[in-house]
Design a protein around this ligand. Sequence first.
Ligand code: SF4
Ligand code: SF4
Length: 256
Amino acid sequence: MIAQEQKPMEEILGYLDGKQKVVVMGCGGCATFYHTGDKKAVNEMAEKLTKEGKEVFKIVLPFSFQACDIDKSGIWLEKNRKEIENRDAVLLMSCGDGVQIVADYIDEKMGIPKSVIPANDALGLVGGGPTKFKETCQSCGMCELGKTAGICPLTACGKGLMNGPCGGVRVGNKCEIDEEKDCAWVKIYERMEKLGELDKFIEMRDPHEWSKAKRPRLFEIENPVNIMTAGIGALPGFIRLVIGPKPKLEEEGKGE
Ligand code: SF4
Ligand code: SF4
């Protein structure tokens, strides 16, 4: 998921300066998860903007309808074409990906040149939960985890080193450039030891190949997922999850 937090109101109001009529749109994907695009967040934003004298129209994308997935968000944009046409700007409560994809669609497909303004700051690809999340991958395009016992040297090591620790590991195995953080290479060593793979530690790894990180990356998939068939296909599993027996993990008291 893309972690995100809402921008300061002063910044948002600065972007909306001179724009009286505003559509506030919330993303039903990551932004909903981080409460920066769900119904409550959209309502609160609308309330604040109304207090500032703006005329607001709200669009809340349903849960799992991501702004960046134009196949889904486009349905809501088309449904609200009139309102979008009549407003001075769209304030999009999503990551920057959603903002650009929606702006593109409104411009190119709907033929309505319109300012689409970001309400959020995206903070990267994170995992974990339910309350604490960590950035573990920077989508480098060529995964090294197979060489480093499943710990990312590019993201977890402050210097992105590929062949063992730098000379600055602190007392307590903390990172030289961030004393709050454990040294990634000590963790890689310990995990290799646990897995009985210490021989891999001394293997010389090639420098990371950054050529796949050139931007913007473009790719295609042959068979896009159809939201109707995917939804119906997932239904039996979802029902089992809701009404079925508790997962073993939870029974053993290991679940969240
Ligand atoms: S090496 Fe790290 S940044 Fe690259 S894909 Fe793997 S986990 Fe992600
Ligand atoms: S102390 Fe460890 S994590 Fe920090 S920069 Fe050096 S090798 Fe990387």
